[in-house]
Ligand binder design. Sequence first.
Ligand SMILES: NC(=O)c1ccc[n+]([C@@H]2O[C@H](COP(=O)([O-])OP(=O)(O)OC[C@H]3O[C@@H](n4cnc5c(N)ncnc54)[C@H](OP(=O)(O)O)[C@@H]3O)[C@@H](O)[C@H]2O)c1
Length: 216
Amino acid sequence: MKIGFIGYGSMAEALASKWVAKHSLFIGGRNIEKAENLAKKLGKDVEFGSEKEAATFGEIVVLATRHEAVFEAIDAAGGSDALTDKVLLDINNPVDTSDFLAKSYDGLSLSEAIAKVVPHAHVVKAFNMCQASVWQMNPPVFDDRPLVVMYCGDNEQAKQQIAVLIEDVGCEAKDIGDLKYARMLEPAAAIVIKLLFSGHDPLTVLNLIQPEIKAI
Ligand SMILES: NC(=O)c1ccc[n+]([C@@H]2O[C@H](COP(=O)([O-])OP(=O)(O)OC[C@H]3O[C@@H](n4cnc5c(N)ncnc54)[C@H](OP(=O)(O)O)[C@@H]3O)[C@@H](O)[C@H]2O)c1
């Protein structure tokens, strides 16, 4: 897959380092030098440039800026027209660390608020539930069980592509439904963030433990 990142921080680095072996990557952002630094760190075939170039490059576009900058980053990428038909991977946690509550966008999640701004893109929420260092584990396994990564979105094909990317980081993909369920994933991540800020180990996770589902 062709994956364009908007942002070159910890999450972009963690996920890109897992995907670089199998996919074509482009690191984009507002500071080309920082984008170049991450691209070079990842490998010689990784391209870099502006937000707009990342959006043009990617069939999957990862929104990997600070959550407060997501809408600015979408504008910089060329807005709704530039993102038409793209799969937009929303990894962001709109969590205010003064009270550790997830922000609401008139009753909607951040993912749904993004989908309103880019109605012809396919927004999928995933990878928001764990600290960046978890995504760098090789693979993310806890007590011999792979980490379960819950994801949601309204477009089946887009979700299937993200499920492949989840498996590529060594995790088990669990579809929890339409994009509206991001209203659950964002506050769930807020619980983890609150624990981390109170001193829990960065590898602290909420994992879905289930026996294998058997047909009755
Ligand atoms: N870190 C985690 O453990 C973790 C885990 C799960 C989800 N998340 C979510 O993932 C997202 C990225 O987190 P991160 O830890 O990777 O962040 P980070 O390391 O702090 O990097 C932030 C990125 O956002 C860019 N940025 C900030 N303000 C911007 C603006 N106004 N316009 C364009 N770009 C801007 C930064 O570029 P400059 O350097 O040029 O400012 C940088 O590329 C966040 O929404 C966070 O909630 C993080």
